[in-house]
Design a protein. Structure first.
Length: 574
């Protein structure tokens, strides 16, 4: 069907633009300069997470204009709007980090409300920082109108005295500075050069992990998620997305046609293969939840377990997103996974074709070593591993990409918040061989499930990354490296075992077999549970209070509503 033909009869915007009763609504549209033809075309929401908080999102407004041109050129009427973003690099290491994970829900909710309130027919979503990517894709899946995701692109790498650096090096520099291995002058110099352009953190941290997911899961155009933010080709991808959305409207191809169980498995496979962020184990179940698909941390971990690690990307490897894009992009990674049986090729994508069709013309590039062939991997174990045991009955997650030590046993050193743990690390009052435990930082107990990059990076900067381990019911940044286990569940706030352990208890971590144990009997744990009492959170009102009342466990994605399975009427079908 021609996308310019009158298909309003089945589109949500008919409630705003069609018939005599909508004359008042049309008067508003005329007031903004729309023509009669534009009013009676499909309305495409162009949602951007633009803000001036950090470089991650600063280029999104420009890219949104390119997407709007594409929509208009193909016979649609673009309607731009913005939503929030909380940027982890700015929020890290203080109370602001409590706002990070809840912002994912606010992004999804605000996009949903805007699209519902104004009866838009389709959605192009642009996002640039960690939680904004899954938040935007969750909104697409919730609304189920034809949608295309656009990543704002990664930052270019910095250069410090001839060495390529990222923001990861900045956080680790703080640790070096704390033990006298970096002077005030050196710290000042590196902070001025580490982040030289617009774009999200350049290595395979959470933003680039979820950008990789956007292509693998089928919601983004091929190659579009790999191009760095400053590259002019980004505008071409945005223009193409605007044109393509009109084809999706005409063909009625929707996000839930694309994001199936198989597509989620594909997404988990690229996370493992690229040594991606452990945060994907939160975001993929949350995205599945919007579709009404059961896909929890253990389902993600099962894919991780059998997928090889093949992309030599920081923080565990040598390269950044820019390097992978120039080597062949995410399609190169996906092609070798597909050829070796690690992807489902029959999944639909926003191109209107399957994964296999999209990758048909991709040829292996032998002149690069960023991506290894899937049959000659860096390691046969995926870059991320799920864990379970008497300390984590609801599971936990660890990034093993680049790690040489995969087993660790030591005495617990317990802290009930990140600040106390960081103070201990900063003053170096811990001992080599300790297992640092940070608890009451889960989704409900935090509230907000903060990332612990400040503490883990300080340990690495002090040269202790492989000499201590750290476990938490909170999260880690994609930039975290070392033996750091997150998402330990159930969280301490609801009586999970992590809240029962004491200083000196022996903890055993095994990323080979995926186990996380404390050397206590079931009877000892049960006895301690009798004496345990719930703790009050630090907030009594506002959005964090609301979040703490609604949020579910990390195993299911830390979601705040019943999801697609409980849906009675899909917005796209109103």
């Amino acid at each position: 069907m021609d996308a310019k033909s009158n298909i309003k009869a089945r589109l949500p915007s008919r409630y705003v633009t069609e018939g005599p009763a909508r004359a008042p609504h049309r008067s508003y549209l005329y007031a903004m300069g729309l023509t009669t033809e534009q009013i009676h075309q499909p309305f495409v929401g162009v949602a951007s997470c633009w803000n001036e908080a950090a470089p991650c999102n600063i280029s999104l407004m420009r890219q949104a204009q390119a997407a709007k041109k594409g929509v208009a050129s193909a016979g649609g009427t673009p309607r731009e709007f913005c939503t929030i973003t909380v940027t982890d690099g700015i929020a890290m290491g203080h109370e602001g980090m409590r706002s990070s994970l809840p912002s994912r829900e606010t992004i999804a909710d605000s996009v949903e409300l805007t699209v519902r309130g104004h009866a838009y027919d389709a959605l192009i979503g642009l996002a640039g920082c960690d939680k904004s990517l899954p938040g935007m894709m969750m909104a697409m899946l919730r609304l189920n109108v034809p949608s295309i995701f656009i990543y704002g692109g990664s930052i270019l790498p910095g250069n410090f005295r001839g060495q390529q650096v990222t923001v990861q090096d900045m956080f680790e520099a703080v640790g070096k500075h704390s033990v006298g291995e970096m002077s005030d002058e050196d710290l000042d110099e590196i902070e001025r050069v580490a982040c030289p352009s617009a774009g999200a953190c350049g290595a395979q941290f959470t933003a680039n992990t979820m950008a990789t997911v956007s292509e693998a899961i089928g919601l983004a155009l091929p190659y579009s998620a790999g191009a760095p933010a400053p590259y002019e080709i980004r505008d071409s991808f945005c223009m193409a997305a605007g044109e393509k959305i009109m084809e999706l409207i005409a063909q009625n191809i929707r996000p839930r046609d694309i994001v199936t169980r198989k597509a989620l498995e594909n997404a988990a496979a690229v996370v493992a293969a690229s040594g991606g962020s452990t945060n994907a184990a939160l975001h993929l179940p949350a995205m599945a939840h919007e579709c009404g698909i059961e896909f929890d941390l253990f389902d993600v971990a099962e894919i991780f377990k059998k997928t090889p690690y093949i992309a030599d990307l920081k923080p565990g490897g040598r390269y950044v997103a820019k390097d992978m894009f120039e080597a062949g992009g995410i399609p190169l990674l996906m092609k070798t996974l597909l050829d070796n049986g690690y992807l489902h090729g029959d999944c639909m994508t926003v191109t209107g074709r399957t994964i296999a069709d999209n990758l048909k013309s991709v040829k292996w590039n032998p002149h690069q070593d960023v991506v290894h062939p899937a049959d000659k991997p860096i390691t046969v174990t995926g870059g991320v591993v799920g864990m379970k045991g008497n300390l984590a009955p609801d599971g936990a997650i660890v990034k093993v990409a680049g790690m040489s030590v995969l087993k660790f046993t030591g005495p617990a050193r317990c802290f009930d918040c990140e600040e106390d743990a960081f103070e201990c690390v900063n003053k170096k009052t811990y001992r080599e061989g300790d297992v640092i435990v940070i608890r009451y930082e889960g989704p409900k107990g935090g509230p907000g499930m903060r990332e612990m990059l400040q503490t883990t990076a300080a340990l690495t900067g002090q040269g202790m990354g492989g000499k201590v381990a750290l476990i938490t019911d909170g999260r880690f940044s994609g930039a975290t490296r070392g033996f750091c286990v997150g998402h330990v569940g159930p969280e301490a706030a609801v009586g999970g075992p992590i809240g029962l352990i004491r200083d000196g208890d022996i903890i055993e971590l095994d990323a080979v077999n995926g186990t996380l144990q404390v050397k206590l009997t079931d009877e000892e744990l049960a006895e301690r549970r009798k004496a345990w009492k719930p703790r009050e959170t630090s907030v009594g009102s506002g959005v964090l209070w609301k979040y703490a009342q609604q949020v579910g466990p990390a195993i299911k994605g830390a979601v705040t509503h019943p999801g697609g399975a409980a849906e009675k009427v899909c917005y796209a079908d109103i």
